[in-house]
Design a protein around this ligand. Sequence first.
Ligand code: VGL
Ligand code: ZN
Length: 199
Amino acid sequence: MKRALVLVDLQNDFMPSGRLPVPKGDEVLPIAQELMRGFELVVATQDWHPPDHLSFAAQHPGKQPGETIELEGLAQVLWPEHCVQGSPGAELAGGLDFGPVKAIFRKGTDRNVDSYSAFFGNGRRQTTGLQFFLSGLGATEVYVLGLALDYCVKATALDARALGFETRVFRAACRAVNACAGDDERALEEMSAAGIEIR
Ligand code: VGL
Ligand code: ZN
């Protein structure tokens, strides 16, 4: 089995009615469903934060979502509370059949560490095990889609490439937060420059 598809953070809180809405995030669901049909190996990630996660602005009195702080020596953007462990917003998005998904990798589970990448916590201080799952099943090519293009999709694709997987991103099946206009284009350029194919 050479090809694996990674569905990144297709969760209710990233849908337009969620707590950290990614504009038009719901549009990727039918595209993801169709693309899943072409893969024998499909895995998903789930952003899965404790209620007091330190990426939440509410944990830092006086700070607003969108501000940046330092967390364990790393720059950390602050977010509204989202994808709290066990909450409906953290569930995989309604309306998509996740039946073909062989495994779900949860990330952002430690209070002090955010995790944009499906492979590692920020700063690469912990692994999710996804690298070993994929390589253990013989995957050498990783295809990525999901939310958000300028955060978790980008981080996941860059790590996949850095780990030696041939890496492709399905552009039409991603949407960006675009906190700053053009973040989507900059993310695509950064991925291309790293040797990731955008298709
Ligand atoms: C994400 C911000 C915070 C993402 C997750 O899925 O891109 N972004 N947590
Ligand atoms: Zn998060």
